[in-house]
Design a binder for this molecule. Structure first.
Ligand code: XIL
Length: 375
């Protein structure tokens, strides 16, 4: 009975704290996170400052055998995050995928009791959960046993509302998020999500919107399309989170250069959007990502071009300096005829250049200037 607690303690000891300020978004207003699978990669803390478990906080992972909870991998991720002061998100409470297979054989009343018990146990074991994906993919992967939570009901989405009501009771200190994929470039699906979000918002049940942002959508998207998506969700007034970002890049070969180019096109739109409070990548080590060719750091620790760019972008490296003023002529200018040209730049000209430099620094890197603090 006490065994899991002992394991948790050992896991905490094993997770040595990473150097403060080592992560790409350390000290920024927004976080840049990643997933943790069964163990924490040695270089995780060199890059990321938020943790989402890849699979270990899914109900089907924890309770594959009814009544027997396996918290081992989740303990590891949680202890690592909390020991390092990183936000920890639970993913996910209610989802029409990766739920325990035994649940579908129960009556709706039994299912309801099991769902509530799952939430209760998760909340009790991990009091420092910062946010929870309460319902994952309500539009794309609805719950097969949604009748246990009220079914569609009068609102059409009663089961989602019930899920959030339960989550609010069980996780009173966590941010409650809804999470979906494929709405990035699909206005019809996004409008369905916005209808659900409005129902939840009217009832004070939702704190943020998770946009998965997977490669199978983003690879073919433009910056303008991404901005349209974010603006539509931001119109709700809720905080936005990019929750499962991965990018391969366009083109059949999905080269390192294509991946980096697509990162450069889309990442600033997400990072600099005022409503986006943080970005989480869905894996980063080549060969260890859910979608092939989405890794941005090689298994030997060398970095792909997307990471090189991401680091310099987030470091806010200053823009290139303005071109130097024209060199003074080596011989006296010919007087008259044609006018202009040559001579030392006037103080007004130099002042103009200095002003241009300051303005470029301010507008060229908005990620460095203001924005709302991630909560
Ligand atoms: C994926 C994991 O990365 C895989 O290891 C697992 O086999 C399947 O699930 N949307 C989600 C994530 O919300 O939970 C999924 O994670 C990827 C798609």
């Amino acid at each position: 009975m006490r065994f899991p607690l002992v394991m948790a303690g050992l896991a905490m000891i094993a997770c040595s704290a990473v150097p403060a300020g080592a992560q790409l978004a350390a000290g920024k207003e927004k976080f840049l996170g990643n997933i943790v699978a069964n163990s924490v990669p040695a270089n995780f803390g060199a890059y990321w400052n938020q943790v989402t478990p890849e699979n270990s906080s899914k109900w089907g992972s924890v309770e594959s055998v009814r009544g027997t909870m396996n918290w081992t991998a989740l303990d590891t991720a949680y202890q690592y995050a909390t020991a390092n002061g990183f936000r920890f998100k639970a993913h996910t409470l209610v989802w029409g995928s990766q739920y325990p297979s035994w649940i579908t054989g129960l009556t709706p009343a039994e299912q309801r009791a099991e769902i509530e018990e799952w939430m209760t146990l998760l909340a009790a074991r991990y009091p420092q959960i910062w946010a929870v994906d309460v319902v994952n993919e309500p539009v794309k992967t609805p719950l097969p046993f949604k009748n246990a939570l009220g079914g569609d009901g009068a609102t059409g989405w009663d089961w989602v509302i019930t899920s959030f009501q339960l989550a609010r009771q069980k996780f009173p200190n966590a941010k409650l998020l809804i999470n979906e994929y494929g709405t990035e470039n699909d206005a019809a699906a996004r409008n369905q999500m916005l209808a659900i979000i409005a129902l939840l918002k009217d009832r004070g049940l939702i704190d943020g919107i998770g946009i998965q942002a997977h490669a199978f959508n983003l690879d073919a998207m433009t910056a303008a399309q991404m901005r349209t998506c974010l603006d539509a969700y931001a119109a709700t007034g809720l905080d936005l989170y990019i929750t499962e970002l991965d990018i391969r890049g366009t083109g059949a070969t999905q080269t390192e250069a294509a991946q980096s180019a697509k990162y450069q096109e889309l990442f600033p739109v997400m990072w600099e959007h005022g409503a986006v409070k943080g970005v989480t990548l869905w894996g980063y080590i080549v060969g260890q990502t859910w979608l092939a060719n989405t890794g941005i750091v090689n298994a030997d620790g060398t970095e792909r071009a997307a990471t090189t760019w991401l680091k310099s972008y987030l470091a806010g490296s200053p823009p290139p300096p303005p071109p130097p003023p024209p060199a003074p002529p080596t011989s006296p200018p010919a007087s008259g005829g044609g006018g202009g040209g040559g001579g030392a730049p006037s103080p007004g000209f130099l002042g103009g250049l200095a002003l241009l430099f300051v303005v470029r620094r301010l507008v060229g890197h908005p990620a460095r200037t203001g924005g709302n603090r991630a909560r």
